[in-house]
Each structure stands twice: as C-alpha cells, then as structure tokens.
Design a protein around this ligand. Structure first.
Ligand SMILES: *Cc1c(COP(=O)(O)O)cnc(C)c1O
Length: 404
C-alpha cells in the first residue's frame, strides 16, 4: 500500500485477494448445489471450527449476537434473571442478555488488560449479592434478581483470567458463557489444569462472530456457538431453526438464526489460514511494542504470561486521545475507538440505573484508549509511520511556549 493512500485501520480486501480463486470456486460450487441454507457445507464447517477451538460441538448461526443470545437461553437464562458482565464491550453483549430476558449487572475492568476484573467480580458477588435459603444462586440485592451466569468478554483478542472466574462460577453455581467474538484462536494458560486452553473451550458455551472485520470473517454476517455439552448443542440447533427438531415439529419457540451455506463455504476456505493470520497479528503487535518502547506518552497493551492474545485490536492508552486521533487522521492514518462510551453510560441502557463513577476503571479507559491500525498484512514501515506520527504529536505539543 502506497504512502499516499494512507494507512487504513483494517484491510478487508487483502485476505480475499489472497484466496480469490478458491473463494470464487467454492461460491460457484454452493450455488450449483442448490443447498443454500444448511446442508453438508455447514456441517463440515461446524466440525472444523469445533476442532479448531478444542470444543466438541459447534453450531453455526447468523451472527455473534444470535450466538450469545441462543447460548444464554440454552443454559436457562430467562425473564427475571441477572447476568454479570462488563460495560467495556460492544453493545451486542448486553443486547443478548436483555433479549434473553435478563438484567445485565456490570463489574469493572482490570485497567492493565481492559478485561473483566476478577477482584471486581468477587467483590460484586460477595458484597452486592446475598445467598438465601438452600439455593446456591446469589441474589442481586438492588434488583432482587437471581444471578445465573457470567459473560466474560475476551476483548481485543485477549482472554480473561479464566481460572479464578471459573472458580467463582463454581462456588456460586453460575454458568459461564464466553464472549469470544474478538478472540478466535486466543489461548489461556490454565494453572489449574496445567495446560493451554483455547477461547471457546472453557465455559459452558461460547459465542463467536464472523462479522467480516473479525479475525475470522465471513463474506457477510455469521456466528457460531461452541460447547462440550451435547444437550446444549441440540437446544441451540433448535433455537436457530424455529425450535424444530425435524421439519414442522416445533418443540419450542425459536428464531430464524441459521448460518447460510455461502458463509460456511467462505469460512471453510479462510479457516485454514487463521493460525497464520493470527501469528502475523502477533508479530505486528511485537513490532508496535518495540516501536513504542521509547514513547513515554503511550502505554502499550500488556499481555500476561498466561495469555497468548490474537490482537483483534491493538489498543494503546494515551492522554489527549481525541486530539491525537485527529492529528493522525490528518496524516491519513486511520484509528478506532473500542469503545468511546461504556455501555452503562449509553442512552439505550439508561434504564439499568447506573451513574457516572459506577465503574471508574471502565470510564477512565474510555477516554484514553486508541486502537491503532492492525491486520495480518500491515507492514513494519506502515507501523513505523503510525508510531512516528504519534511521537510527532507529543513532541510538537510538549515544547514549552517560553522557549526562545
Ligand atoms: C462483534 C461482537 C459481537 C457481535 O457479533 P455480531 O456478529 O456483529 O453480531 C459481540 N460481542 C463482541 C465483543 C463483539 O466484538
């Protein structure tokens, strides 16, 4: 990519050019098969993605949002329940909880990883909930609702600290649904099991998105649920298909939430390249880390020793973020904000009753985070340009006005 064209935030063309012949061939095959929804291509993709995630089952659906909603419903979340999650995530996490009938309860993030704070989760369960009677389910004191599940979000491609989250879930009798929509292939070293575990293989179920910009993207909208629980997989298969277990036998009220065959076929072509693309993202992250090592005014993302992140996004922390973003844009460098307004401060979720100051680490991060250009094909010289512009911004602006 030439310097004149600037540096895009993502590159959704390069992976499709790389695989164009294969993609066009598979699309032709699906069209000629006449099986456009369901069928062998969908089943093959499901098997391959389950295997990739070290999970027993995978159920393809029409989006990551449906994957989250169906997974929550299938573990029994419904009207009147409450689910613990974070406010530093995409709106879909909270939409899925609300649309399953439950109330989202937010805990703060760890400012170093931007992911769910284990201390925040523990303190929420200990101090804001109470256990009554014989049921192990804690009741959220201010809403009176039973807490039924935790949705840890593996944000930016890095997994949450799952050992203590799973331990707390077991202690309180809660289901864990991993929001893995940004974490295809990310890994976590479980000290408890003395083994590396993949995103989507730890919780009761996990939700993946194949929105085109994700690390594994379809040619449109698609998603999947992974689980080791056969009954849950069967339940989710019915939810995506109008509650049918066979044609016109509706066992429950379901949805139209299937993945279509063209998306599954495109994903089958791209999946074998995911490891290579993730490795390239990790190398690009290493390059940014080196380039940023002598920049005092920017904090590079931290990757704990138990994490192998797949850098869906490369998010730094800076002061005067909005000014910097504009400065870079004038130099044709596109950046992103993930996310500028935490969900508890969004108009749509005002009714949950959270106020400013409720989640201090989440709120502080929202005004300081900046997502730098990140994709497998980004070149080191482009990354140098990105970091040079950042250095220029801070050095120009920090020259004291009193200098001669
Ligand atoms: C993308 C995303 C979703 C939703 O996925 P869609 O396929 O767009 O419905 C949910 N959660 C997170 C964290 C995401 O990044």
């Amino acid at each position: 990519m030439s310097e004149r064209k600037g540096i895009p935030f993502v590159d959704l063309v390069a992976p499709h050019l790389q695989l164009e012949d294969e993609l066009v061939g598979t699309i032709r095959d699906v069209l000629r098969s006449g099986m456009l929804v369901g069928g062998p291509v969908v089943e093959q993709f499901e098997q391959e993605f389950a295997q990739y995630c070290d999970a027993r089952y995978c159920v393809g659906v029409s989006s990551g949002t449906d994957a989250l909603r169906f997974a929550l419903m299938a573990v029994g979340i419904g009207t009147g329940d409450a689910v613990v999650t974070v406010a530093n995530t995409f709106a879909a996490t909270v939409e899925a909880i609300l649309q399953a009938g439950a109330r989202p309860c937010f805990v703060d993030i760890n400012p170093a990883t931007f992911n769910m704070s284990v201390e925040g989760l523990r303190s929420f369960l200990q101090n804001e909930c109470e256990r009554s009677g014989t049921s192990p389910a804690p009741v959220h004191r201010s809403s009176g609702r039973p807490i039924k599940a935790i949705v840890p979000v593996h944000l930016y491609g890095q997994m949450c600290d799952m050992d203590p989250i799973m331990a707390l879930a077991a202690e309180y009798g809660l289901s864990v649904i991993e929001d893995s929509c940004q974490a295809h292939g990310a890994q976590y070293f479980s000290a408890r099991e003395n083994a590396w575990r993949k995103a989507g293989s730890i919780g009761k179920a996990a939700a993946f998105s194949f929105y085109p910009a994700k690390n594994l993207g379809a040619g449109g909208e698609a998603g999947a649920i992974t689980t080791n629980d056969e009954a849950l997989a069967t339940h989710v298969r019915m939810l995506r298909d109008h509650g049918q277990n066979k044609k016109y036998h509706h066992l429950l009220e379901g949805y139209n939430g299937r993945i279509d065959a063209l998306q599954a076929a495109i994903l089958r072509v791209k999946l074998p390249h995911l490891e290579d693309w993730n490795e390239k993202r990790r190398l690009a992250a290493e390059t940014y880390y080196q380039l940023l090592s002598d920049v005092d005014c920017a904090v590079a993302p931290s990757e704990p020793s138990w994490s192998r992140a797949v850098y869906h996004l490369y998010v730094i922390r800076v002061q005067r973020r909005d000014e910097l973003q504009n400065f870079m844009l004038r130099r044709r460098i596109s950046t992103g904000l993930h996310y500028p307004i935490p969900l508890h401060q969004q108009k749509a979720f005002e009714h949950l009753g959270y106020h400013e100051g409720a989640l201090p680490a989440t709120e502080a991060a929202a005004s300081e985070i900046l997502s730098l250009p990140m994709y497998p094909q980004i070149e080191p010289n482009q990354q140098s340009q990105v970091v040079d512009s950042l250095k220029q911004f801070f050095s120009v602006r920090s020259i004291p006005l009193s200098l001669p």
